[in-house]
Design a binder for this molecule. Structure first.
Ligand SMILES: Cc1cc2nc3c(=O)[nH]c(=O)nc-3n(C[C@H](O)[C@H](O)[C@H](O)COP(=O)(O)O)c2cc1C
Length: 180
């Protein structure tokens, strides 16, 4: 069952105007809140954004690859508290992924929009702009935005051809798994 969901999960960048039901959104957030983390530090915080003016501004925080945010009915901005854990990046990435998969399970589609380490138009950094828009303190990392909604676009599910076993080694690096 999970593998079927994983195959059909694709990044979707066009959404219907239809809002995401509160119950679904809350289950998605819960999926993030219970995801695994190094030493169980849970260094994440999430900002739910459904204010269309703010979504529009966020989409401009990162001109390359961020535009889709403005057409999403809702987005979850994933923040990390670096001082809480040296694995904040891994932990927050997993939390975002758990939420993405739960969204998929709820019949929604989504896209990860990277903010951390990405430039803004004025060169200050997409994270700096996102902090300004959402009133986030300077010491909190802004990892990414998970934009989601009901899809206005279809993309094909992954097939066996996409599963590249040349990347899988067997017992020693360089020994093909498929020749075992
Ligand atoms: C760390 C990370 C950052 C990403 N950043 C963006 C982004 O800023 N904008 C965007 O449109 N897609 C972004 N994506 C989505 C990828 O482009 C997408 O996952 C990839 O092309 C594979 O397509 P799929 O998700 O449909 O399998 C990001 C994905 C990851 C994992």
């Amino acid at each position: 069952m999970l593998f079927e969901l994983l195959k059909k999960r694709r990044s979707i960048r066009k959404f219907q105007e239809k809002p995401v039901e509160t119950e679904k959104l809350e289950t998605i957030l819960k999926a993030g809140l219970i995801s695994p983390s190094g030493k169980n530090k849970r260094p994440w915080e999430f900002v739910v954004v459904d204010d269309s003016a703010k979504l529009d501004k966020l989409s401009k925080a990162k001109p390359a690859g961020g535009q889709l945010v403005k057409d999403a009915p809702v987005a979850i901005v994933v923040l990390g508290r670096e001082e809480k854990s040296d694995t904040w990046l891994e932990d927050c990435s997993i939390a975002l992924t758990f939420m993405q998969l739960e969204a998929e399970e709820k019949g929604l589609k989504s896209c990860w929009v990277q903010i951390d380490k990405r430039p803004s138009e004025d060169g200050r950094g997409a994270d700096v702009i996102a902090r300004e828009i959402l009133g986030i303190e300077e010491d909190i990392k802004v990892l990414a935005i998970l934009a989601m909604g009901y899809p206005e676009q279809e993309r094909p599910a992954y097939t066996e051809e996409d599963m590249d076993f040349s990347k899988v080694h067997y017992n020693s690096y360089g020994t093909s798994y498929t020749s075992k």
